[in-house]
Design a protein around this ligand. Structure first.
Ligand SMILES: [Zn+2]
Length: 206
C-alpha cells in the first residue's frame, strides 16, 4: 500500500543540523493533508510511508499509540483520503479507515560507526549529524548511551531510516497492525548492489 500527497502541497523548512547547518531531512509536508492511497492487496494497512518524511497511521494505530504512552511521533494531523486506487481486481473497498499524518522525531541516538557495517562513497564531515555519502548498510547498531528511549525515531547518521524500539515491535505484534515490516538492526540491509533487500524498518534493541 502506497500513499501520494495531492495538491495543494505545502512544504515547511527542512530540519537542519545545529552544528554544521546542513539539511538532515527532506522538506516536511504541512497541512492540509490530502492523499491518494494505492491499494495492492485487499486491505488497508495501519502504517503507510508517505512522500518525504511523512507517515500515515490509521486512527486505530494513533489511538493505541497515544493510549499506551509510546513516544517519538509528532503531528497527528487528520488526512483526507481523496482517492483510493486499486491495483488488484475485486470489489471496491467499502470502508476507508481514517488516517492521521505523523512524522518521526530526530533523536539524539547516533549510529555506532565502529560497530556497524556501513559503506560510504564520501566521508562524514560533521561529528554531530554524521552526514556523509552513505551508500550501503549491512547491519548497524547504535552508539551505547546515545539513545534516550524514543519508541520510533530517526538516528544521527541514518536520518533516512525509521528505527523503532522493541517495545514498539511488541506493540505492533500485540495489536496486529499491518503494512509494517520490522527487522533487527543488525540484520537490516540496504544496498543498491543487492537490489533484493526488502523495504523494512529496523528494530533498535533496547
Ligand atoms: Zn552536522
Amino acid at each position: 500500500m502506497d500513499c501520494h500527497v495531492l495538491a495543494p502541497v505545502n512544504l515547511g523548512e527542512a530540519p537542519r543540523c545545529p552544528s554544521c547547518g546542513n539539511a538532515i531531512g527532506m522538506l516536511p509536508q504541512l497541512p492540509p493533508y490530502r492523499v491518494e492511497l494505492v491499494l495492492y492487496g485487499r486491505d488497508f494497512g495501519d502504517f503507510v510511508t508517505c512522500s518525504g518524511y511523512d507517515l500515515l497511521v490509521s486512527e486505530r494505530f494513533a489511538e493505541a499509540f497515544r493510549a499506551e504512552g509510546l513516544t517519538g511521533l509528532e503531528g497527528f494531523h487528520p488526512a483526507e483520503v481523496v482517492k483510493v486506487r486499486k491495483k488488484r481486481r475485486g470489489p471496491k473497498p467499502s470502508v476507508v479507515p481514517r488516517y492521521l499524518a505523523v512524522t518521526a522525531c530526530f533523536a539524539h541516538a547516533a549510529v555506532d560507526l565502529e560497530h556497524s557495517r556501513l559503506r560510504y562513497s564520501d566521508p562524514i564531515t560533521c561529528s554531530e549529524c554524521l552526514i556523509g555519502g552513505l551508500d550501503a548498510i549491512h547491519g548497524f547498531t547504535l552508539q551505547p548511551g546515545t539513545w534516550r528511549g524514543e519508541d520510533i525515531f530517526r538516528a544521527r547518521g541514518l536520518p533516512g531510516r525509521l528505527i523503532v524500539s522493541e517495545r514498539f515491535a511488541r506493540f505492533v505484534a500485540h495489536h496486529g497492525f499491518t503494512n509494517i515490516q520490522l527487522v533487527p538492526t543488525e540484520d537490516f540491509v540496504k544496498d543498491p548492489d543487492a537490489p533484493r533487500s526488502p523495504p523494512s524498518t529496523p528494530v533498535a534493541k533496547a
